[in-house]
Write a protein that binds this ligand. Structure first.
Ligand SMILES: *Cc1c(COP(=O)(O)O)cnc(C)c1O
Length: 487
């Protein structure tokens, strides 16, 4: 009985060709092309066939489905032909949010990418001699300007894929087959399963742990040095702090030990600021220059953290040490593309010009609580206005009030993120939102469903928007989304 019913249902299904020629589907070809529409029609039909097989569709449900074929195919097309990687509005107040792509690029960075990437370029071509050139010259010259000399020696810089790759390349070049000494207080894991001991193992260097979690002295490093020691390694505690009964040798003391024993000192800074962040009210984040000036031989840091550029790993330091990395075949495997050089070059030029506001992450760090508060108040007013003037609210009985969004501006804190200055927060003003009939999580979900998605924080039962990380030109988009959700 059932199988007869099933085969009858199957017979109701049109063929792909018939379906594509129906008046509901045919016009889609003008927008998406016939090939894509045919593929989408095939997928939608296959899904219906599956649902009939598994008896999830009866006769009346199939009718409804067949009437909605145009919409179903268009939805399928939007799903397959739309981008998966999309821009979002970051209202979390976390400036360097790894899940949201870390640093947004400066305008000059993406115009330079566009210039260089859409045409041929002199990536590895010396225009003067007409001979083969090196791709790293394009940024090395700017790093030389920014980092100058360290201890009378010129500083060289090379770029690889990310900082994890920079650490791998540096350890492999300097300590493969030997030992690298590192403090037990610095054997860190940074999100995304970057663990110093694991990277060390892959690099072929043996980890020689010294000291304890909370206290390590210069003498601990010194007594661990033996004929196999190739490197002293210091790792910046990016995402945590050890407080209380603690001791860590100063960089100066480690430099002195490294020089005395003729062993290079490397520091994995992680974030690596190119400017002194104390100027922006942020303390506790050492800059690349601080380390180089103190005499650290090699410093590794990310391109898309405090530097505010594209994803990259940068290795700056003594020319002789960097030359060993450049000569390592791993460097070839980890090298970066012309798009990255273009973005890096443009970002570094902003530093050379001291045009810090051109770099979005630095600009966001520099915004004052008052500037952010002013924008939040404007948004709050527009949101609360929707609540008050809503005609449905006035005409309905008080017991049946149509819910609007309640907005309030309160004090809060933004964080830098990206493993920078873990204890350093920036005072901000937050737009705190709630809506009757929706939990904070549901409201946050509605915001994520917006196009573009708006990513917020949920705190104390409310949705919090921190406009520090929202570009000012996006404020009206947020206002429009909130008024849609309110009504
Ligand atoms: C972030 C970080 C890394 C990893 O850098 P990526 O650029 O994400 O690969 C390594 N070390 C430290 C100390 C970090 O903070």
């Amino acid at each position: 009985m059932k199988s007869t019913a099933k085969s009858e249902l199957f017979r109701e299904l049109p063929s792909v060709d018939e379906l594509v020629r129906t008046s509901a589907v045919a016009p889609l070809a003008a927008t998406y092309g016939l090939a894509a529409v045919t593929d989408a029609a095939r997928s939608v039909l296959a899904r219906l066939r599956e649902e009939i097989s598994s008896e999830h569709l009866d006769e009346s449900a199939l009718r409804i489905a067949l009437n909605g074929m145009g919409a179903a195919i268009e939805k399928e097309l939007q799903g397959t032909l739309g981008y998966s990687l999309r821009p979002v509005i970051n209202a979390t107040g976390v400036i360097l949010h790894t899940n949201l792509g870390r640093a947004p690029l400066s305008e000059t960075a993406f115009t330079h990418i566009q210039e260089v990437a859409g045409e041929f370029s002199n990536l590895e071509f010396d225009l003067e001699t007409g001979a083969r050139g090196k791709r790293d010259v394009h940024v090395d010259r700017l790093f030389r300007q920014l980092l100058g000399e360290s201890g009378g020696r010129a500083v060289s810089t090379i770029a690889v894929n990310n900082n994890a790759a920079a650490v791998l390349l540096a350890l492999n070049s300097l300590a493969e087959g030997g030992e690298a000494i590192v403090s037990r207080g610095e054997l860190v894991e940074i999100g995304g399963s970057f663990r110093i001991p694991d990277v060390m193992a892959k690099s072929g260097a043996t980890l020689r742990e010294v000291g304890t979690t909370n206290r390590t002295r210069v003498s601990d490093y010194e007594s661990a040095i033996n004929e196999r020691t190739r490197l002293l390694l210091r790792v910046h505690r990016s995402n945590f702090e050890i407080t209380g009964f603690t001791e860590q040798p100063s960089t100066k003391d480690l430099v002195a030990l490294a020089e005395k024993r003729g062993i290079p000192l490397m520091e994995d800074l992680g974030s690596g600021a190119l400017v002194d962040l104390r100027n922006f009210g942020i303390s506790g984040e050492p800059s690349v220059l601080d380390s180089l000036h103190a005499g650290v031989g090699i410093v590794t840091y990310s391109g898309d953290k405090l530097l505010g550029g594209p994803q990259a790993g940068l290795i700056s330091g003594r020319e002789d040490l960097v030359a060993r990395m450049r000569a390592n075949s791993l460097f070839r495997a980890l090298r970066v593309d012309k798009l990255i050089y273009a973005a890096l070059e443009a970002t570094l030029l902003a530093y050379v010009k001291r045009d810090y506001d051109a770099i979005p992450t630095l600009h966001m760090m520099r915004l004052t609580k008052e500037e952010i508060g002013g924008r939040a108040e404007t948004l709050a007013k527009s949101v609360n206005a929707v609540h008050v003037t809503q005609p449905a609210t006035a005409s309905h009985a008080a017991s049946n009030q149509k819910p609007g969004i309640k907005a309030e501006v309160i004090d809060g804190e933004s964080v830098i993120g990206g493993g920078a200055a873990p204890s350093s927060v920036l005072p901000t003003r937050l737009l705190a939102l709630s809506r009757d009939g929706l939990s904070a999580d549901q409201l946050a979900e509605r915001l994520r469903a917006n196009d573009p998605p708006i990513i917020a924080r949920v705190e104390e039962g409310r949705v919090m928007l921190d406009l520090r990380t929202v570009f000012a030109h996006q404020d009206p988009t947020i206002a429009a989304a909130l008024s849609r959700i309110a009504s």
